[in-house]
Design a binder for this molecule. Structure first.
Ligand SMILES: [Zn+2]
Length: 388
């Protein structure tokens, strides 16, 4: 389950989109309900005050979660790590970083700032609660007190040492600093995450079966443990992929030999004679068959043209000019592509100043799968036919 980049945008903070996944509504309902239950059982606020208090506390708690994620996002951005946005989901929030930190210290800082923010918010709310208590505003004091402690809990839980939790990322940053080997550090943190997730899962099951009073808590813990374990496994897979790719230059994944699409062809022509025939996500466009390459046409550009207009619209009018696309040198480690390509994005591969091929994430993954099926080919470029 990867909640990143899903859901409706709620608000933008400092240019960073805060989105909510549908599962977040479940979290809102559960949190509000359990806070309501708690306030309702307190003889001081039972009855009509309990529900509004629960709503206020839930709202404060979700604002706190947003503050935690915004702290990650702003710190990341200030350290040169692009941020795709923040997504709220069943288990809280997650910040979508579009690249790896460049130095261990960056990774450490952009991670630690999250739990630190939760801790600071917790202390602040504690202060508000104490003040309200002195003024005799017991309802207000209770709301801020409870959410203050929940923030402290949030900080402590997030500091548990296993990826993808913040604590795991801190372990990764430290291991990276100590070993000087980012891949190894990432594998250590992801491994720790799997152990941690399994422990929480086991603890949850123990509560479910042997501690009747903690049945619901145990169920929740087991579910959370399962989620963390699978997220840590995904991290491990991604890291292995990253390492595989790091060892191979882009040249190896860049297929050549496709004729460029003529700029004056219609979109229909491009679909029938290129996209339907070859299983690639993008093709070069040239003014004349052997002339210079002027642009790139992707499957996405094609899809955006309504079917009834495809016989009229020319490739020239929907292509992307070649100099506006991201590019990489053919000798760059292929792992760079994971950072540069977003979804359906396309990167132009250059060799000696000449564009030699196009690459999408799908192309790279398809090639890796093929390698697995056929065994690795001897090193060297994958060239088919003429130089394009
Ligand atoms: Zn965090």
């Amino acid at each position: 389950m990867n909640p990143v980049r899903r859901g409706a945008t709620l608000v933008r903070i400092g240019g960073i989109a805060v989105r909510a996944d549908a599962s977040w509504l479940v979290a809102v309902a559960l949190v509000t309900w359990s806070l309501w239950d708690r306030f309702d059982h307190d003889p001081r606020f039972g009855g009509s005050a309990a529900f509004p208090m629960a709503l206020a506390a839930a709202a404060l708690l979700f604002l706190s979660v947003v503050a935690h994620e915004v702290a990650h996002a702003l710190e990341a951005r200030s350290r040169g790590v692009p941020v795709g946005g923040i997504t709220l989901f069943l288990f809280g929030g997650v910040t979508d970083m579009r690249a790896e930190a460049r130095r261990p210290i960056d990774e450490f800082a952009l991670t630690a700032v999250g739990p630190f923010t939760s801790l600071a918010v917790g202390c602040l709310f504690g202060l508000v609660a104490t003040t309200a208590d002195h003024l005799g505003l017991s309802g207000l004091a209770e709301v801020f007190g409870v959410v203050g402690w929940l923030n402290v809990g949030l900080a402590v839980f997030n500091l548990l040492p296993g990826a993808p939790l913040d604590g795991g990322r801190i372990v990764r940053a430290i291991a990276w600093k100590v070993t000087g080997d980012r891949h190894r550090a990432a594998r250590i943190a992801a491994g720790a995450g799997q152990v941690l997730g399994s422990l929480l899962f086991a603890l949850g099951l123990f509560e479910v079966f042997f501690v009747p009073a903690l049945f619901t808590n145990g169920l929740w813990l087991a579910f959370l443990g399962w989620f963390l374990t699978s997220a840590a496994k995904t991290e491990m897979t991604m890291e292995e992929l990253r390492q595989t790719l790091a060892a191979r230059p882009l040249r190896r994944f860049t297929a050549r030999g496709f004729d460029p699409i003529p700029a004056d062809a219609t979109v229909d022509d491009a679909i029938e004679r290129w996209f339907r025939l070859y299983d690639r996500g993008a093709f070069f466009v040239a003014d004349e068959p052997s002339g210079p390459l002027v642009g790139v046409l992707t499957l996405d550009d094609v899809r955006r043209v309504p079917p009834e207009a495809r016989g009229r619209v020319l490739v020239r009018d929907v292509m992307r000019p070649i100099d506006e696309l991201p590019w990489l040198d053919a000798d760059t480690p292929s792992s760079a592509v994971l950072d540069q390509l977003e979804g359906d994005g396309v990167t132009v591969v250059f060799d000696d100043g000449e564009p030699i091929g196009l690459l999408t994430v799908d192309d790279v993954l398809a090639r890796l799968r093929r390698d697995e099926e056929l065994g690795r080919s001897p090193a060297g470029p994958v060239t088919t036919g003429a130089g394009r």
